[in-house]
Design a protein around this ligand. Structure first.
Ligand SMILES: Cc1cc2nc3c(=O)[nH]c(=O)nc-3n(C[C@H](O)[C@H](O)[C@H](O)COP(=O)(O)O)c2cc1C
Length: 183
């Protein structure tokens, strides 16, 4: 083993990653944590409201379902609440939505703009955009009515390979200390 590869093993052992998420029906967010684990990372996956400190973490991924063209409010609140700590860490954002069920250039632009309010707070190193699942039977009455009014209809558009690949890219950048933005 070369000194570099030994250092790499120690960095990997030392890495603890937080996936903090906001979700109403749990379509995708835990899968990001599972994919990171498969890449060898030590990962904690928690709803944003359960996270009180970022001290144990070397990097943080914050993700949310999209409602009304925005992250759920508790996810944006998480970023506001932890801005000072997050400024010191590699930070990634991801979202799960219905619009991205068709990965066109127009949808990419539209969906990326959902993150504008939180990118103003802090700019992440990496961004993941994912299609989710819309299943009205899992939603409370008011949301069920809103979904019926949405043009997308119901469906499960999750692309597990895309999620796995993105998580792998985040892991690669951590491992190799790269920090360019991906959006
Ligand atoms: C009330 C409501 C509003 C939504 N608004 C949007 C939206 O503005 N744009 C979009 O692309 N998807 C929208 N969606 C779809 C969700 O983002 C999608 O179903 C996501 O996978 C849900 O994630 P979750 O299972 O983690 O809650 C909406 C869903 C609901 C229930």
């Amino acid at each position: 083993m070369t000194p570099d590869s030994i250092r790499g093993v120690f960095i990997m052992l030392d890495q603890r990653i937080l996936v903090a998420y906001a979700s109403h029906t749990g379509s995708t967010e835990e899968a990001v944590g599972t994919a990171l684990q498969e890449h060898g990372a030590r990962v904690d996956v928690h709803p944003v409201q359960d996270v009180t400190t970022l001290k144990p973490y070397r990097t943080v991924l914050v993700g949310s379902a999209i409602h009304a063209a925005k992250w759920l409010p508790e996810a944006a609140e998480f970023v506001k609440r932890h801005t000072t700590e997050l400024e010191q860490l590699p930070l990634s954002y991801f979202l799960v939505c219905a619009t991205f069920r068709e990965d066109t250039a127009e949808h990419h632009r539209e969906v990326l703009a959902y993150l504008d309010p939180v990118r103003v707070l802090l700019e992440p190193l990496e961004i993941g955009l994912f299609a989710g699942r819309l299943d009205a039977s899992r939603l409370p009455l008011l949301e069920r009515m809103l979904v019926k009014a949405m043009k997308s209809g119901e469906g499960d558009w999750r692309d597990w390979e895309a999620i796995h690949d993105w998580a792998g890219g985040v892991w690669e950048h951590l491992e190799h200390g790269e920090g360019e933005a991906v959006a």
